[in-house]
Write a protein that binds this ligand. Structure first.
Ligand SMILES: Nc1ncnc2c1ncn2[C@@H]1O[C@H](COP(=O)(O)OP(=O)(O)O)[C@@H](O)[C@H]1O
Ligand SMILES: [Mg+2]
Length: 273
């Protein structure tokens, strides 16, 4: 990464046009309480269950700018903090997304934080205790977080990897909220709202999703995400044949194993049969 790509930011646009988000439980109240008390928050849950949407929604509700960083295994502390760049023969310091959020009093959302390199967690520690400071070694600055700054991180505890877990010393610095796929009545409303497919046609898709999720740990590593159910419903709403849409959006993404696939298609036949 050369640092020249601007991070994805969304200005807090106010509650009125907050992205659509249907609560699973009391997560909005917990997030608000964390925000009011300067506490960092960790969102745990499987991929595609609504964590990122939730953060976008809350940032708009709280009218705070949001800096989202999708973490990956090459992401280093300097990608978050900033670096010196050469511009027209001059070396200038360019803030990274975390530094900007600290200066502006924004929300910084580290999506899939366990993916990031180890030096990233070290940077987060002084920001997550009551000092709320960000030391920038390269410039010698020590920034105090502006009011409104909030650190939000997410991770998927389902990926059982010894290398990729969050150390207790890091984890115990965050308020944690557990996410799961929404309960069927919530998921039906989410999928209908996102896809435009009528509720009655969404219901069997959500029922199928439930059955596919029951296979997690046996035939499937991960259950089908709400995101994929939304995709299936979107294809159907656009006129695609139901079987084809389900195969493309809810079966093929789950496995490459032909035997398992056949088993999953039997399940589809049973639900829609
Ligand atoms: N509770 C919810 N309210 C609104 N949309 C949701 C909800 N849960 C899931 N979605 C839908 O699922 C998609 C994937 O959610 P996302 O937030 O990207 O998942 P995650 O960050 O957990 O991987 C969203 O784009 C949205 O369409
Ligand atoms: Mg996400």
């Amino acid at each position: 990464m050369d640092g020249s790509i601007p991070p994805k930011t969304e200005k807090g646009t106010g509650a009125a046009d907050a992205p659509f988000y249907l609560a699973q439980s009391d997560e909005r109240e917990v997030f608000r309480a964390a925000a009011d008390n300067n506490l960092p928050i960790l969102l745990k849950g499987p991929t595609g269950c609504g964590k990122t949407r939730f953060v976008a929604h809350m940032a708009a509700q709280l009218e705070r700018p949001l800096y989202t960083v999708a973490c990956h295994d090459d992401l280093a502390a300097s990608d978050l903090i900033g670096r010196y760049l050469l511009k027209g023969g001059e070396t200038i310091w360019v803030d990274g997304p975390l530094t900007r959020a600290v200066r502006e009093g924004a929300i910084c959302y580290l999506d899939e934080v366990v993916e990031a390199r180890k030096d990233v967690t070290v940077v987060l520690h002084p920001l997550t205790d009551d000092r709320r400071i960000l030391p920038i070694d390269r410039t010698g600055e020590e920034l105090e977080a502006a009011p409104g700054f909030m650190l939000v991180a997410s991770y998927n505890p389902g990926y059982q990897s010894i290398l990729k877990t969050l150390k207790p010393s890091t984890r115990q610095r965050f308020i944690s909220v557990e996410f799961d796929f929404p309960a069927p009545d919530v998921e039906i409303r989410v999928v209908a709202a996102e896809s435009g497919l009528p509720i009655d046609r969404v219901k069997p898709l959500v029922r199928l999703a439930g059955k596919l999720r029951d296979l997690k740990g046996q035939d499937l590593e991960e259950g089908v995400s709400t995101r994929l159910v939304v995709y299936a419903a979107t294809l159907i709403a656009q006129g695609m044949n139901v079987d084809r849409a389900i195969r493309a959006a809810m079966i093929e993404p789950l496995t490459d194993d032909e035997d398992i696939k056949r088993g999953l298609l039997d399940l589809v036949a049973a639900v829609f049969g």
